[in-house]
Design a protein around this ligand. Structure first.
Ligand code: FES
Length: 155
C-alpha cells in the first residue's frame, strides 16, 4: 500500500514494536534476524530494511564502547563531514555501520544533530564535538584508544 510516497506495511506499528524489542534486548538487529522476520511475517526484506534505516533508533550492527555518529545533514556535509569519516577510517579502521576489531568504536551516519552552526559535528556517546577536522578527529580517536589501553594495563 502507498501513502504519500511511502510504502506502508500492514500492522507497521506492531512490526516496529517487535523490532524495538529485538534492538533493546540484543543491542542491534542483524541481517539474519531481519531476514527471518521477513520470512515469518511475509514482509519483503526490502520493506523491513527501509523501516529500520528510516528510524535512527535501530542499530544494524553491534556497537563498540564508543558510538561515533557523524552528521551527514546539509551543513555538515558541505563543511566536509567526509574528512571526519576519513580520519575515523585511518585511526580506527572502520567505515559506516562497522565496529572496530578491538570493540572500541562503532561508526554511524546520522542526519542533522541540531548543531548546524557548529558544522561539521560528530556525536560520541551523546556528546557533541563541533567544528571537527581530520586532525581533531584523529586526535580524539587516539586519546580514547590511549585511555582504553591505560585502563587495560590497570586490570
Ligand atoms: S547538518 Fe549537521 S548538525 Fe545540522
Amino acid at each position: 500500500m502507498e501513502k504519500e510516497g511511502k510504502t506502508v506495511i500492514a500492522g507497521e506499528s506492531r512490526v516496529l514494536e517487535m523490532l524495538q524489542e529485538i534492538n533493546k534486548n540484543e543491542g542491534y538487529i542483524s541481517r539474519e534476524r531481519l531476514s527471518s522476520i521477513s520470512r515469518e511475517l511475509g514482509i519483503p526484506l526490502s520493506l523491513l530494511y527501509g523501516l529500520v534505516t528510516f528510524y535512527n533508533q535501530f542499530n544494524l550492527a553491534t556497537s563498540g564502547r564508543y558510538t561515533i555518529e557523524v552528521c551527514e545533514g546539509t551543513a555538515c556535509h558541505i563543511n566536509k563531514s567526509s574528512e571526519i569519516k576519513r580520519a575515523i577510517k585511518d585511526a580506527a579502521g572502520i567505515s559506516v555501520d562497522e565496529t572496530s576489531s578491538d570493540g572500541l568504536f562503532t561508526l554511524r551516519d546520522v542526519r542533522c544533530l541540531g548543531a548546524c552552526a557548529l558544522a561539521p559535528v560528530l556525536r560520541l556517546n551523546k556528546k557533541i564535538y563541533s567544528k571537527m577536522t581530520y586532525e581533531k578527529t584523529k586526535e580524539l580517536i587516539f586519546k580514547l584508544k590511549k585511555e582504553a589501553e591505560g585502563e587495560a594495563k590497570l586490570k
